[in-house]
Design a protein around this ligand. Structure first.
Ligand SMILES: [Zn+2]
Length: 214
Protein backbone atom coordinates (compact mmCIF):
# COMPACT_ATOMS: atom_id res chain seq x y z
CA UNK A 1 0.00 0.00 0.00
CA UNK A 2 1.07 3.60 -0.32
CA UNK A 3 3.43 5.26 2.05
CA UNK A 4 0.71 7.81 2.89
CA UNK A 5 -1.88 5.25 4.07
CA UNK A 6 -1.65 4.11 7.66
CA UNK A 7 -2.18 0.41 8.19
CA UNK A 8 -5.20 1.00 10.47
CA UNK A 9 -6.97 2.87 7.65
CA UNK A 10 -6.95 -0.18 5.37
CA UNK A 11 -10.19 -2.16 5.49
CA UNK A 12 -9.49 -4.46 2.53
CA UNK A 13 -6.41 -5.39 0.54
CA UNK A 14 -6.97 -8.14 -2.03
CA UNK A 15 -5.55 -9.49 -5.25
CA UNK A 16 -7.88 -10.12 -8.19
CA UNK A 17 -6.26 -12.70 -10.42
CA UNK A 18 -5.87 -12.33 -14.18
CA UNK A 19 -9.17 -12.68 -16.03
CA UNK A 20 -11.30 -12.94 -12.86
CA UNK A 21 -14.38 -11.09 -11.61
CA UNK A 22 -14.45 -9.28 -8.24
CA UNK A 23 -17.14 -7.59 -6.14
CA UNK A 24 -16.81 -5.34 -3.11
CA UNK A 25 -18.61 -2.68 -1.09
CA UNK A 26 -17.26 0.78 -0.29
CA UNK A 27 -18.85 3.23 2.13
CA UNK A 28 -19.38 6.89 1.30
CA UNK A 29 -16.14 8.75 2.01
CA UNK A 30 -13.91 5.67 1.75
CA UNK A 31 -11.19 5.40 -0.86
CA UNK A 32 -10.84 2.57 -3.35
CA UNK A 33 -7.51 2.05 -5.08
CA UNK A 34 -6.90 -0.17 -8.09
CA UNK A 35 -3.26 -1.02 -8.74
CA UNK A 36 -2.18 -2.31 -12.15
CA UNK A 37 0.53 -4.57 -10.74
CA UNK A 38 2.13 -5.70 -13.98
CA UNK A 39 0.96 -2.95 -16.36
CA UNK A 40 -1.32 -2.65 -19.39
CA UNK A 41 -4.27 -4.36 -17.72
CA UNK A 42 -7.80 -3.17 -18.55
CA UNK A 43 -10.03 -3.17 -15.45
CA UNK A 44 -13.71 -3.08 -16.47
CA UNK A 45 -15.60 -1.52 -13.57
CA UNK A 46 -19.22 -0.81 -12.62
CA UNK A 47 -20.36 1.28 -9.64
CA UNK A 48 -23.86 0.68 -8.27
CA UNK A 49 -25.51 2.52 -5.36
CA UNK A 50 -25.70 0.20 -2.34
CA UNK A 51 -28.87 1.99 -1.20
CA UNK A 52 -30.75 1.90 -4.50
CA UNK A 53 -29.48 -0.45 -7.20
CA UNK A 54 -31.46 1.50 -9.81
CA UNK A 55 -28.84 4.23 -9.42
CA UNK A 56 -25.48 3.39 -10.98
CA UNK A 57 -22.52 4.75 -12.91
CA UNK A 58 -23.52 6.42 -16.15
CA UNK A 59 -20.95 6.93 -18.89
CA UNK A 60 -23.20 9.38 -20.74
CA UNK A 61 -23.92 11.54 -17.68
CA UNK A 62 -20.21 11.53 -16.78
CA UNK A 63 -19.10 12.60 -20.27
CA UNK A 64 -21.83 15.23 -20.53
CA UNK A 65 -21.25 16.73 -17.07
CA UNK A 66 -17.45 16.81 -17.44
CA UNK A 67 -17.47 17.84 -21.12
CA UNK A 68 -14.56 15.46 -21.59
CA UNK A 69 -14.05 12.08 -23.29
CA UNK A 70 -11.42 10.64 -20.93
CA UNK A 71 -11.48 10.06 -17.17
CA UNK A 72 -8.54 11.38 -15.14
CA UNK A 73 -7.53 12.80 -11.77
CA UNK A 74 -10.17 15.32 -10.75
CA UNK A 75 -12.97 13.75 -12.79
CA UNK A 76 -16.28 13.38 -10.96
CA UNK A 77 -18.16 10.23 -11.99
CA UNK A 78 -21.93 10.69 -12.28
CA UNK A 79 -24.88 8.34 -11.90
CA UNK A 80 -27.86 7.84 -14.17
CA UNK A 81 -29.67 10.17 -11.71
CA UNK A 82 -27.07 12.85 -12.60
CA UNK A 83 -25.60 12.80 -9.09
CA UNK A 84 -21.91 12.41 -8.16
CA UNK A 85 -21.38 8.70 -7.49
CA UNK A 86 -17.57 8.73 -7.08
CA UNK A 87 -14.57 10.87 -7.91
CA UNK A 88 -11.06 10.15 -9.13
CA UNK A 89 -8.88 11.72 -6.45
CA UNK A 90 -5.50 10.28 -7.36
CA UNK A 91 -4.03 8.74 -10.47
CA UNK A 92 -0.57 8.22 -11.91
CA UNK A 93 -1.67 6.54 -15.15
CA UNK A 94 -2.93 9.64 -16.92
CA UNK A 95 -6.30 8.72 -18.31
CA UNK A 96 -8.94 6.01 -18.37
CA UNK A 97 -11.60 4.99 -20.89
CA UNK A 98 -15.36 4.87 -20.62
CA UNK A 99 -16.22 4.64 -24.34
CA UNK A 100 -14.98 1.17 -25.29
CA UNK A 101 -17.49 -0.85 -23.26
CA UNK A 102 -16.95 -4.36 -21.93
CA UNK A 103 -15.85 -7.22 -24.17
CA UNK A 104 -18.40 -9.97 -24.75
CA UNK A 105 -18.89 -13.14 -26.78
CA UNK A 106 -20.75 -11.05 -29.31
CA UNK A 107 -18.10 -8.33 -29.61
CA UNK A 108 -15.44 -11.04 -29.94
CA UNK A 109 -17.22 -12.40 -33.03
CA UNK A 110 -17.89 -8.97 -34.57
CA UNK A 111 -14.38 -7.61 -33.97
CA UNK A 112 -12.25 -10.72 -34.46
CA UNK A 113 -13.70 -13.98 -35.76
CA UNK A 114 -16.71 -16.24 -35.31
CA UNK A 115 -14.64 -18.89 -33.53
CA UNK A 116 -13.73 -16.34 -30.80
CA UNK A 117 -17.32 -16.56 -29.47
CA UNK A 118 -16.62 -18.96 -26.57
CA UNK A 119 -13.59 -17.04 -25.29
CA UNK A 120 -13.70 -15.66 -21.74
CA UNK A 121 -15.10 -12.10 -21.70
CA UNK A 122 -15.86 -9.24 -19.32
CA UNK A 123 -19.61 -9.49 -19.83
CA UNK A 124 -19.44 -13.17 -18.87
CA UNK A 125 -17.44 -12.19 -15.78
CA UNK A 126 -20.09 -9.61 -14.82
CA UNK A 127 -22.91 -12.15 -15.32
CA UNK A 128 -21.05 -14.84 -13.37
CA UNK A 129 -20.44 -12.52 -10.40
CA UNK A 130 -24.04 -11.29 -10.43
CA UNK A 131 -25.30 -14.90 -10.47
CA UNK A 132 -23.35 -16.19 -7.49
CA UNK A 133 -21.53 -13.54 -5.43
CA UNK A 134 -22.92 -12.99 -1.89
CA UNK A 135 -22.95 -9.18 -2.42
CA UNK A 136 -25.07 -9.62 -5.56
CA UNK A 137 -27.48 -11.87 -3.66
CA UNK A 138 -27.66 -9.43 -0.72
CA UNK A 139 -28.63 -6.55 -3.06
CA UNK A 140 -30.75 -8.72 -5.40
CA UNK A 141 -28.64 -7.75 -8.40
CA UNK A 142 -28.93 -9.43 -11.78
CA UNK A 143 -27.90 -8.86 -15.42
CA UNK A 144 -30.25 -5.86 -15.56
CA UNK A 145 -27.74 -3.99 -13.41
CA UNK A 146 -24.97 -4.17 -16.03
CA UNK A 147 -24.62 -0.80 -17.73
CA UNK A 148 -21.88 0.98 -19.68
CA UNK A 149 -18.68 0.62 -17.66
CA UNK A 150 -15.35 2.26 -17.03
CA UNK A 151 -12.18 0.66 -18.41
CA UNK A 152 -9.52 1.74 -15.95
CA UNK A 153 -6.00 1.82 -17.44
CA UNK A 154 -7.35 1.10 -20.94
CA UNK A 155 -6.18 3.26 -23.82
CA UNK A 156 -9.03 3.99 -26.25
CA UNK A 157 -8.03 7.11 -28.16
CA UNK A 158 -10.59 8.93 -30.29
CA UNK A 159 -9.14 9.81 -33.69
CA UNK A 160 -9.57 13.15 -35.44
CA UNK A 161 -12.14 11.43 -37.68
CA UNK A 162 -14.13 10.41 -34.59
CA UNK A 163 -13.21 6.72 -34.60
CA UNK A 164 -12.27 4.68 -31.53
CA UNK A 165 -9.04 2.69 -31.42
CA UNK A 166 -7.95 0.06 -28.90
CA UNK A 167 -4.29 0.75 -28.39
CA UNK A 168 -1.47 -0.53 -26.30
CA UNK A 169 -1.16 1.16 -23.07
CA UNK A 170 -0.73 4.25 -21.16
CA UNK A 171 -0.35 2.14 -18.03
CA UNK A 172 2.72 0.39 -16.60
CA UNK A 173 3.59 -1.83 -13.63
CA UNK A 174 2.51 -0.23 -10.35
CA UNK A 175 0.30 2.47 -11.88
CA UNK A 176 -2.79 3.12 -9.80
CA UNK A 177 -6.03 5.04 -9.67
CA UNK A 178 -7.79 6.01 -6.45
CA UNK A 179 -11.50 6.65 -6.29
CA UNK A 180 -13.45 8.30 -3.47
CA UNK A 181 -16.96 6.94 -2.96
CA UNK A 182 -19.48 9.78 -2.98
CA UNK A 183 -22.23 7.39 -1.82
CA UNK A 184 -22.30 3.83 -0.45
CA UNK A 185 -21.27 1.73 -3.43
CA UNK A 186 -21.20 -1.79 -4.74
CA UNK A 187 -18.22 -2.28 -7.04
CA UNK A 188 -18.23 -4.93 -9.75
CA UNK A 189 -15.00 -5.57 -11.63
CA UNK A 190 -13.99 -7.76 -14.52
CA UNK A 191 -10.21 -7.95 -14.66
CA UNK A 192 -10.40 -8.19 -18.45
CA UNK A 193 -9.47 -11.63 -19.85
CA UNK A 194 -9.37 -10.35 -23.46
CA UNK A 195 -6.63 -11.97 -25.60
CA UNK A 196 -7.51 -10.51 -29.02
CA UNK A 197 -6.49 -6.87 -28.71
CA UNK A 198 -3.59 -4.95 -27.14
CA UNK A 199 -5.60 -3.50 -24.22
CA UNK A 200 -4.06 -6.20 -21.99
CA UNK A 201 -0.86 -6.47 -24.03
CA UNK A 202 -2.30 -9.90 -25.06
CA UNK A 203 -1.40 -11.03 -21.56
CA UNK A 204 -4.03 -10.54 -18.79
CA UNK A 205 -2.43 -10.00 -15.38
CA UNK A 206 -3.46 -9.63 -11.76
CA UNK A 207 -4.50 -6.38 -10.03
CA UNK A 208 -4.52 -5.25 -6.38
CA UNK A 209 -7.63 -3.69 -4.79
CA UNK A 210 -7.38 -1.63 -1.61
CA UNK A 211 -10.19 0.03 0.35
CA UNK A 212 -9.26 2.47 3.10
CA UNK A 213 -10.96 4.87 5.45
CA UNK A 214 -10.42 8.60 5.03
ZN1 LIG B 1 -12.77 -7.34 -21.40
Amino acid sequence: MTASAKIEQIVLDEICLAGEAWMGEVKQGQYFRIIDLEGNQAVDTLFISANNAEERYSATDTLAQNQQLYLEKGTTLFSNFARPIASIVDDNCGRHDTLGGACSCESNTVRYAHDKYPMHSCRNNFMYALAQHPIAKKHQLNVRHIGPNINFFMNVPVTAEGHLKFEDGVSAPGKYVEIKAEMDLIILISNCPQLNNPCNAYNPTKIQLVIRDA
